[in-house]
Design a protein around this ligand. Structure first.
Ligand SMILES: *Cc1c(COP(=O)(O)O)cnc(C)c1O
Length: 396
């Protein structure tokens, strides 16, 4: 790996993670370029964020136009893109109301607060939200507590109470945790950080039925799986269910910090003073969000995501066959290759460091690789990625 020129000094950047000795300077479509001019085929896309790839012209012109017009009137006033994007989201989903946030964790905090508020008003103060083992909901204290990531229960102890953990795809494990204090069940339709584990069709259907029967809210965290990633605009639409609350993040902004909480009229019970924030509904970000959602809704776009997902799946299965790997799983363009042994981190490093062109992938668990390319990636780039990976698999 090439070294950062000594003129570039990173000592004032707070250390939170190991980063390679390069600086990313430019992006176009599915390619990133570093400060040495090396190009990388990007199957991370900012962690499933840049759903339209790097340098999307529609997003750029929306950003430029809004920057010239109005950047920040303050959250005390309505602004045009805030209203426009809210309408776009509600008219294409089962939800009636939208609150914008700046990150997925903040959107989930909003979802949690809304459920607890609803519990105070309509369920005798019920506040517990059943979440799942290996789930990921963010890095604030409440969302870390909601997450089922091993070790997070003690990392910044004490946790925020009220998040008992069930097992994904096991309705009995949910039923066992239900008490009079249960106000909601919250889950990712496809667990992303947990290793790309989709909820079963049957499980989702019966979970919706069960929660409805027991006056328990269903919250879907679609920060990673929403916004076209699975080939549906929203991942819960794969299951043909209607949740009560949904959080969005990542893809909704296509790379700018934007997130949202959506709720049905029956659940949207905040009153003045309950919820807010300086940048919530900021027109610069919501204008970009409008461009993103409009592009996802363009005729044929989501069908193309499905087709590209099927191509990626077929190519990954070929690799699995050739190298005797365990297989692959996922929905749409959120997929994982199960390696059968803990060579994921090694492959990530070899991929990044390969020459002349690097490949960016990630390994949320050491025994698998995750792929979350731009939703408009070219078919040839999917094949190219698998050819690069084929070369690397020979080395481990
Ligand atoms: C990334 C992610 C979050 C957190 O989003 P941030 O924008 O990093 O706060 C929450 N839930 C899921 C499912 C995610 O993938």
């Amino acid at each position: 790996m090439s070294k950062v020129p000594t003129s570039i000094d990173t000592h004032s950047v707070m250390f939170i993670t190991q980063r390679p000795d390069v600086i990313m300077v430019e992006g176009e479509g599915s390619w990133l370029t570093d400060n040495n001019g090396k190009r990388y085929l990007d199957f991370l896309q900012g962690w499933a964020v840049n759903c339209l790839g790097h340098g999307n012209p529609g997003m750029i012109s929306a950003l430029n136009a809004q920057a010239k017009k109005l950047i920040n009137p303050s959250p005390a006033f309505y602004n045009e893109p805030m209203i426009g994007l809210s309408n776009l989201l509600t008219s294409n989903s089962c939800f009636d109301k939208v609150f914008f946030a700046n990150s997925g964790a903040e959107a989930n905090e909003g979802a949690i607060k809304l459920a607890r508020k609803w519990g105070q008003l309509h369920k005798g103060g019920a506040f517990e939200i059943i979440t799942f083992d290996h789930s990921f909901h963010g890095r604030t204290l409440a969302t870390m507590s909601a997450s089922g990531k091993p070790g997070w229960d003690t990392l910044f102890a004490p946790q925020v109470p009220g998040f008992p953990k069930a097992d994904l795809n096991d309705l009995e494990s949910v039923k066992k945790l239900v008490t009079n204090n249960t106000v909601a069940v919250m889950l990712e339709p496809v667990q992303g950080e947990g290793g790309v584990i989709p909820a079963d069709h049957e499980f989702m259907k019966s979970l919706r039925k069960f929660t409805k029967e027991h006056n328990i809210l269903l919250i879907v965290d679609e920060v990673q799986a929403g916004c076209g990633r699975t080939g549906k605009l929203f991942a819960h639409q794969l299951y043909d269910i209607e949740p009560d609350i949904m959080s969005l993040g990542k893809g909704i902004g296509g790379g700018v910090p934007l997130a949202a909480v959506l709720a049905t009229d029956a659940v949207a019970c905040f009153v003045p003073g309950d919820q807010g924030g300086t940048y919530n509904g900021n027109p610069l970000m919501t204008a970009v969000g409008m461009s993103v959602i409009e592009q996802l809704l363009a005729p044929g776009f989501l069908d193309a995501v499905k087709a590209k997902g099927a191509l990626l799946r077929a190519e990954l299965l070929k690799l699995a066959n050739e190298f005797g790997l365990e297989g692959e799983r996922g929905e749409g363009l959120l997929r994982a290759l199960m390696l059968g042994k803990d060579v994921g981190p090694k492959l990530v490093e070899l991929a990044r460091d390969r020459a002349p062109e690097g490949l960016l992938i990630n390994s949320p668990r050491p025994n698998l690789l995750r792929f979350m390319p731009a939703l408009n990636i070219a078919d040839e780039e999917i094949v190219q990625m698998c050819n690069m990976l084929r070369e690397l698999l020979k080395q481990v």
